[in-house]
Design a protein around this ligand. Structure first.
Ligand code: SF4
Length: 470
């Protein structure tokens, strides 16, 4: 049994993407899966006549909550505590992992079952628990495939989207026995057979593990209720069977009231799985009979994001993954190229805000986009991803030569006389301009032709001909 690989130390996005686009099997798997989900989403969204109003309501509720986050978080804490739960505050990943490991150790157990959770992936909880001698077993089918394959997630909703059925069969046959019940002999790659193998493997785990760890899609401040939407029923098993439940949730997952939840129960399933409703919607408030409940509220950079007026809209995200499924860059580069548990357009704006732009990888993410705007069009909470991408590009520190070049261009464009003079000089020297640029600029002309410089600028032509009338 080996631990999951990490994204640490990955090179910049263009390097990762250049390698990924060479993998035709990966491109085929991604195209097939994203086009299927995006088609389903489009048809169920079209059924809702007031989708635009719902989307506006989702945005408004999230913005209101984020503006009053402190008040609602305190209300949530009070309600969870009143209902018998324990609330813990974690400023960063290290603190959250320390709290969770301590809670598990206090039970005397050395294994936990997990409901799919982006927050726990973000903080590297499985690896932190492994360092403490605690094994975390993923129970979501796609997460199980990723864990057994010692792989990285590559999609928010379908972490194993880069795998096809025959690859999954191989992983099950090779690895399941290391983690528990082995895959049946003669396993085929039929979806039903694969699901049955996973079901038998996981059932043993559900029945024998006493501690569960989850995230949550939403938290309701007024009652202290947590909400998990899922499709497979593994979440329901994890949330109800174990004696101790620990939920690690980002502070932005808050909604003020049950009434607000109504909006998101319509927006999320249609945008994520293309369903009118999720098969399983689990809600719980505090500790239930026979089960201890701990809520770990995770900041990990979120309050820093909140301070940025443009960037903070990323915190409206409900992790539906609709933006990934329509993104032409994601479709070709795949999720691993983003070097984060948050891939695709949302990852390109969230990761650099949570982690900063000091590494080559994180500084490259705001450029991992064509700014086509398809992500904004489908986002159920109207996050203007292109706006945030452009905003974040302004934060990235560029090479000195590029900065000097941009400063010189800014100086020329700042005054009309300077631009006119520069155009005339360029027109006279046009014969000497090479077809390919030298040195570090050559990357630009490797895939593009330099445009021809006209002998005369448009302004000079206009003055000379009086707008073409002479
Ligand atoms: S940014 Fe919008 S579309 Fe993308 S995952 Fe978040 S909520 Fe969904």
């Amino acid at each position: 049994m080996s631990g999951r690989a990490t994204f640490l130390g990955m090179p910049a996005f263009p390097v990762n993407a250049a390698a990924a686009v060479q993998d035709s099997q990966l491109r085929f798997n991604l195209r097939k899966a994203t086009h299927t989900i995006r088609g389903r989403r489009a048809s169920v969204v079209a059924e809702v006549p007031d989708w635009a109003e719902l989307r506006a309501a989702g945005r408004q509720i999230k913005d209101h909550t984020l503006r009053n986050l402190e008040r609602y978080l305190l209300r949530l804490e009070e309600a969870v505590t009143r209902a018998g739960g324990h609330v813990h505050w974690a400023a960063d990943a290290r603190e959250a992992n320390r709290i969770v490991a301590g809670l598990v150790r206090a039970t005397g157990e050395t294994s936990v079952v997990k409901v799919k959770s982006m927050a726990t992936q973000e903080i590297g909880l499985n690896e932190a628990l492994a360092a403490e001698g605690i094994t975390a077993y993923e129970t979501d089918l796609a997460e199980l495939i990723v864990q057994l394959g010692d792989d990285w997630p590559s999609h928010i909703l379908v972490p194993a989207i880069h795998r096809n059925r025959s690859e999954i069969r191989e992983i099950f046959l090779e690895k399941m026995a290391e983690w528990g019940r082995a895959a049946p002999e003669g396993l085929t790659d039929e979806p039903r057979a694969l699901a049955e193998a996973a079901r038998l493997h996981l059932r043993e785990r559900f029945l024998s593990t006493k501690v569960a760890i989850s995230g949550a899609n939403f938290m309701i401040a007024e009652t202290g209720t947590l909400v998990v939407l899922e499709s497979e029923g593994n979440g329901r098993m994890c949330l109800t069977l174990p004696e101790t439940l620990i939920s690690v949730v980002g502070i932005e997952k808050l909604l003020p009231s049950w009434r607000d939840l109504e909006v998101f129960l319509q927006l999320l399933p249609r945008s994520s799985t293309g369903e009118r409703m999720n098969p399983y919607t689990s809600t719980w408030t505090g500790a239930v009979e026979g089960q201890e409940f701990h809520l770990v509220l995770l900041d990990n950079g979120r309050t820093g994001v909140l301070a940025d007026e443009v960037g903070r809209q990323a915190l409206r995200c409900i992790r539906c993954s609709a933006c990934l499924n329509v993104c032409p860059v994601y479709e070709r580069a795949g999720g691993h190229a983003y070097g984060s548990v948050y891939p695709g357009p949302i990852g390109a704006i969230l990761t650099p805000q949570l982690r900063g732009t000091t590494s080559d990888l994180d500084a490259s993410l705001p450029y991992a986009s064509t700014l086509c705007g398809a992500c904004f069009d489908v986002c159920p909470v109207a996050i203007d991803i292109p706006e945030v991408l452009v905003h974040l590009r302004g934060r990235v520190r560029h090479p000195r030569a590029e900065r000097l070049g941009m400063r010189a261009a800014g100086w020329v464009f700042d005054r009309q006389e300077r631009l006119t003079r520069a155009e005339r000089v360029a027109g006279r020297l046009r014969r000497f301009v090479p077809r390919r640029l030298p040195g570090p600029l050559s990357a630009w002309t490797e895939t593009r032709d330099l445009p021809d410089i006209p002998p005369e600028s448009f302004r000079d032509w206009w003055d000379r001909t009086d707008g073409g009338t002479r």
